[in-house]
Design a protein. Sequence first.
Length: 52
Amino acid sequence: MFRYYIYDESGELMRKVRSLQEAKEIVGIRNGWSFVKVKIPRVKVVFEDAPF
């Protein structure tokens, strides 16, 4: 799973989006903004056995 972090011209994180298309659209309308693709590790959920 990937997320795209969008930064403004001073390097501050402004938004987190899930799709590349959305990241490109947001960065395209603002001068100096950029985005970085970040891989989000999957969390494995382990359930205990039921007590009955």
